[in-house]
Design a protein around this ligand. Structure first.
Ligand SMILES: O=C(O)CCC(=O)C(=O)O
Ligand SMILES: [Fe+2]
Length: 200
């Protein structure tokens, strides 16, 4: 956190993990710039997943970037990462400074409206560094984001605004699921970036 940032960083999980809510950490000008740049220049593709043996295509669009052309497997489908754009690298550096962690890859999600979301899951894929930090940057429409404890179903909700940062670390992925619930009220797009560390 720099000296001029007034918001506090708060761990929103009551137990079994650390998820730090940094709140809005980008200026309005930065957030608007990155939203427009990513919306227009990222090679967005519909995500595919294998569910009960069938290939399904999501309405949400995705893109994966990294230090190298990593192979990454997500929902049982393997793809190759793109190499960072200048804007993604610049944002990665701001996120690394704010979160005091480093990252080598990023998954971007584009939700065209509140009709699109993401079901409960945890990001504990084998290729990710164990208990590595995952830094989630939100741009565009404000959305609710929810955690549910795997054993006792305890729930925690957080509102993710344009230009905000949420950092999931420690045992968060081991003990908690998270989702982006759909919402009929949201009619504009949202872009989410999750910076991660892939193990080489
Ligand atoms: O869109 C979000 O806020 C979260 C996305 C997410 O959980 C993921 O990409 O694994
Ligand atoms: Fe996730």
């Amino acid at each position: 956190m720099d000296l001029f940032t007034t918001e506090k960083v708060i761990n929103i999980l009551p137990f079994d993990g650390i998820t730090n809510n940094h709140g809005v950490f980008l200026t309005k000008i930065e957030a608007d710039f990155y939203y427009k740049n990513f919306f227009e220049t990222i090679p967005w593709e519909h995500d595919q997943a294998i569910i009960f043996g069938k290939i399904i295509t999501t309405k949400r669009k995705v893109a994966w970037f990294g230090d190298e052309e990593f192979d990454y497997t997500y929902s049982k489908i393997t793809k190759k990462a793109n190499i960072w754009t200048n804007e993604l690298l610049a944002l990665k550096q701001i996120v690394e400074k704010e979160s005091e962690e480093t990252y080598n890859s990023c998954l971007l999600n584009l939700y065209h409206s509140g009709e699109e979301g993401m079901a409960y899951h945890s990001d504990g894929e084998k290729m990710l560094k164990k208990n590595g930090a995952i830094a989630s940057v939100s741009l565009g429409a404000t959305r609710k984001f929810s955690f549910k404890h795997k054993e006792n179903n305890h729930r925690v909700d957080v509102i993710l605004e344009h230009g905000s940062l949420l950092v999931m670390k420690g045992e968060t992925q081991t003990h908690w699921l998270h989702r982006l619930p759909p919402s009929k009220k949201v009619i504009s797009p949202r872009i989410n970036l999750t910076f991660r560390t892939i193990q080489r």
